[in-house]
Design a protein around this ligand. Structure first.
Ligand code: HEM
Length: 184
């Protein structure tokens, strides 16, 4: 929601997609999600820029190996910086920009085989809750934009995007918004 409020054109586009696909049924169901390509692109883009676990889960190397010229001894604690990977200019055009459109005609997914997008990690210790997690986010977000129009409270000029340091990313200052029922 923070990224969408900072990018109102994307919010409008998402709202239009969800409202067109769902009609006046009253809420978005899990069965509607397959129709919502832009929603999926928005969630991917948010997870690219703000991976929930920016350093994934720590690993320990089983054997000595050499990676890109660096020697990694046996039993080294290894962190994978998913935050940096998601913003790597070698992998992404305009990496700091929020552009869900980049995923609209791309097969890049977070399922763990496209190593430029790894918000759920990868491999045998990758997140086993990936589908539940992604579906929950898609369902919650699509219902928020389906049911309400969103505004900043009066007097709010800028939206703060700073975050806390730690294993899991949190916003330092919670987002405060006004929900308006459309047409009222
Ligand atoms: C959007 C939601 C979620 C995100 C972004 C997320 C992200 C992650 C990440 C990055 C890891 C570490 C993977 C790695 O180091 O390769 C992980 C591990 C894990 N996740 Fe999730 N997760 C989410 C939701 C869930 C849910 C809903 C569940 C359970 C119902 C879950 C259960 C786990 C477990 C058990 C592990 C540890 C797996 C292991 O060490 O073998 N996650 N998750």
């Amino acid at each position: 929601m923070t990224l969408l409020m900072k990018n109102p054109d994307s919010l409008k586009k998402l709202q239009q997609e969800v409202r067109d696909a769902v009609g006046n049924k009253g809420k978005v169901d899990e069965d509607d999600l397959y129709k919502l390509d832009y929603l999926k692109a928005v969630v991917k883009e948010a997870l690219r820029l703000y991976p929930v676990l920016p350093l994934l889960a720590p690993r320990e190397s089983r054997d000595r190996c050499v990676l890109a010229g660096y020697e990694i001894p046996k039993k080294t604690l290894v962190f994978v910086n998913a935050w940096a990977v998601g913003r790597d200019p070698k992998c992404w055009e305009q990496p700091e920009e929020f552009e869900p459109e980049r995923f609209m005609h791309s097969s890049v997914d977070y399922k763990g085989t496209d190593f430029e997008l790894i918000p759920f990690g990868s491999g045998r210790r990758g997140c086993p809750g990936m589908l539940l997690g992604a579906t929950t986010v898609e369902l919650a977000l699509s219902n928020l934009v389906y049911s309400f129009d969103w505004e900043l409270p009066e007097g709010t000029k800028d939206i703060d995007t700073s975050k806390t340091a730690g294993t899991v990313i949190h916003k330092k200052i919670p987002l405060q918004l006004m929900a308006k029922v459309p047409g009222r």
